[in-house]
Design a protein around this ligand. Structure first.
Ligand code: NAP
Length: 204
């Protein structure tokens, strides 16, 4: 059973992830570089760890939500953390590129850590709601082991395959589609407005 979860990073997204886990009954620990940001979570009843090593020691799954992969590397690539994480699952939910996902995966394999790479399509307010889509890539058996935890984050929990860079690549594809659709919509509005202006000037 993967019931003990630690969330590394209590920014806007990490706090939202930790809060829904806690409300769904998972034993949830949280760690953040700036301790003051964990006060609200502590008042809710979550366990606050004083170091990354302490946060992962008892956990079955470590969910990472910090600014980027470079921060993740700084936090996790330390002998005591690598030892504490051996045999456990790390789920990366910080934004990054497919190349960074592959680098994290190589590191995890060397350390005997099971690794999933994720990409969140939505804002912190959406976490734990039907609106939240999150893509995951990595080994299918690891995804299935982590699934009871991951399902808590959103109804649209989508496994996109074993190629570790695919979650990030799909994320970029969806964002590109969204931006293109928005630009197309705005262009349509401009054309419509100018047509209306021409029609109005012809009438007057
Ligand atoms: N917010 C969104 O709408 C959204 C949506 C999809 C994906 N994401 C992704 O989720 C991740 C977190 O976003 P967020 O909104 O939570 O950002 P945020 O509120 O700015 O929080 C950033 C977090 O990263 C930590 N951090 C940054 N550099 C660090 C370092 N070197 N060592 C340790 N901790 C470090 C910060 O710790 P401190 O508190 O100590 O500074 C904080 O916990 C990002 O990768 C973001 O792209 C966010």
């Amino acid at each position: 059973m993967n019931n003990k979860v630690t969330v590394i990073g209590a920014g806007r997204m990490g706090s939202a992830l930790a809060t829904v886990l806690f409300h769904k009954g998972f034993a949830t620990t949280v760690w953040n570089r700036t301790g003051a940001k964990t006060k609200v979570l502590s008042r809710l009843g979550l366990t606050v760890a004083h170091s990354v090593e302490e946060s992962v020691r008892e956990a079955d799954i470590a969910v990472v939500s910090v600014s980027d992969y470079s921060s993740t590397r700084q936090l996790l690539r330390q002998p005591d953390i690598e030892t504490a994480l051996r045999g456990k699952i790390v789920v990366q939910l910080s934004s990054g590129t497919p190349k960074e996902a592959r680098e994290m995966d190589s590191w995890a394999r060397r350390c005997g850590i099971s690794y999933l790479d994720g990409a969140i399509l939505g804002s912190p307010e959406w976490i734990g709601t039907p609106a939240c889509t999150i893509f995951y890539s990595g080994p299918a058996d690891v995804f299935n082991r982590a699934k009871p935890v991951l399902m808590v984050f959103g109804d649209r929990t989508v496994f996109v395959g074993h190629e570790i860079g695919h979650a990030s690549a799909f994320d970029v594809a969806v964002l590109t589609f969204g931006v293109s659709a928005m630009l197309g919509f705005l262009q349509g509005q401009v054309v419509r407005d100018s047509s209306l202006q021409v029609a109005a000037s012809q009438r007057s």
